[in-house]
Ligand binder design. Structure first.
Ligand SMILES: [Zn+2]
Length: 430
């Protein structure tokens, strides 16, 4: 009798040890094979130690079974353009409020909430493309997620991003006072090389530049123009310095000249891409430069910004739609990117981007690939993310309904597994 408690404890411990090694068998009505574009009926996805071991039809002996009933399984989704440290900046006033007034810990606390929301919506991977005045807190949050301290998607981060003097807010405040800026400013080829070295030394994964920002106007043929923020030499220095250290470069480019200069400099992705004529789209396709279109944020901010006294915002959605079509026709690799954080994490599900992509001409399968295989290629995680296959991370989501017929079901994901751990499970039936 006296030994019973110890015996019981050993039993519990051994069952924990077994649970860690025991396979998990995830069953559902179908699995979308995003590579072939076909459904696999009645799949059994076997997961062990956080990795997909096999996709078959048999439950291995001793496996813990998760039966998702009539749901459709897909790989975990990837958003290639987010800002976890930003909570919506439809107007300049909202942006300044966050940059100038919020305490860093408050911003981090809200970023932790953003990470949880994204993961619960099915996003198991994100490229977070700058902190907007929150230093290198994205590096710290990425590491905290990887340590299991907080829940969140796997992150690639850029830290502070780069632009040149006078091109990025906070701008036009009292010149005799020092105000923070939303990015790190650098000037001259040498100065910008140094800035890249400094940013990467703090543990960032990517480098981001603002190819153009202010002075935006429409052109006679309905595209967007604005002066470049950089000289060719400065931009070339940033790209060569980043590439020589194994880091890729994302370029915010919303004007014709901005996108042209970024492409010529050899960046790896164009962000937003609201002014890409057919000839430049063909050049991007030829050079393998990705587009991350962020249609959701455009839909969200266009109207309030036009109302705020920036009428160009009534024109930008039209130019962006044309540019998106040019890129699709030219065969540019389009990676799902939403600019979540540019709209409030608590207000919109970033999965709405699927509906915008389809509205602008993509098939549902193309839209799903943009957030899986294509985004994984951009993030350098092909083979580990973006497809449910042996050797991949066990990042899975499930929905009721047929996402190949209606991508809006992807805004109602109710099962999420990351790294073999269930993050979200459907509510039990009554
Ligand atoms: Zn952004």
């Amino acid at each position: 009798m006296k030994r019973a408690p110890l015996f019981a404890l050993l039993l519990i411990l051994s069952s924990f040890a077994n649970a860690a090694d025991a396979p998990i068998a995830v069953k559902a009505a179908r699995l979308l094979d995003v590579k072939s574009g076909r459904y696999v009926e009645r799949p059994v996805v076997v997961v062990r130690s956080g990795v997909v071991e096999s996709v078959g039809t048999q439950v291995p002996p001793g496996a813990r079974v998760i039966d998702l009933g009539d749901r459709t399984l897909l790989p975990g989704l990837i958003d290639a353009h987010t800002h976890i440290l930003l909570q919506g900046d439809a107007t300049q006033a909202e942006y300044e409020e966050q940059i100038l007034k919020e305490y860093p810990a408050h911003r981090v606390a809200r970023a932790i909430r953003a990470l949880k929301i994204a993961l619960e919506h099915g996003f198991t991977g994100m490229r977070d493309v700058e902190t907007e005045g929150a230093s290198y807190d994205d590096v710290a949050l990425r590491d905290a997620v990887n340590e299991g301290v907080i829940p969140g998607p796997r992150l690639k981060v850029v830290g502070r991003a780069l632009s040149t003097t006078g091109t990025y807010p906070i701008l036009h405040f009292r010149p005799d006072w020092k105000f923070p800026t939303g990015v790190q400013l650098c000037d001259g080829a040498d100065g910008c090389r140094k800035a890249v070295r400094e940013q990467l030394s703090y543990g960032t994964d990517w480098v981001k530049v603002y190819a153009n920002t202010g002075g935006i106007r429409t052109t006679a043929d309905g595209y967007i123009e604005s002066p470049p923020n950089w000289t060719k030499e400065e931009l070339a220095a940033v790209v060569s310095e980043a590439h020589s250290r194994g880091a890729k470069v994302a370029a915010h480019a919303t004007s014709d000249t901005g996108a042209r200069m970024a492409v010529d400099a050899g960046v790896d992705s164009i962000e937003h891409g609201t002014s890409i004529r057919p000839e430049l789209a063909r050049e991007m396709a030829r050079r393998g430069i990705f587009l991350s279109p962020t249609l959701t944020v455009t839909a969200y901010v266009a109207e309030p910004r036009a109302r705020e006294g920036r009428p160009i915002w009534a024109e930008i959605p039209k130019s962006q739609a044309r540019s998106f079509e040019n890129c699709r026709k030219a065969g540019v690799k389009i990676a799902f990117g939403t600019d979540a954080g540019g709209f409030p994490w608590t207000e919109l599900n970033q999965a709405q981007e699927f509906e915008h992509e389809v509205r602008l001409g993509m098939s549902p399968l193309e839209a799903i690939r943009s957030a899986t295989t294509v985004a994984a290629e951009l993030l350098g995680t092909s083979g580990r993310a973006g497809a449910v296959e042996a050797g991949a991370w066990a990042d899975l989501v499930a929905v009721t309904g047929d996402p190949l017929k209606d991508v809006s079901v992807l805004s109602r994901i109710d099962f999420v597994m990351k790294n073999g751990e269930v993050v979200r499970a459907p509510a039990p039936r009554e």
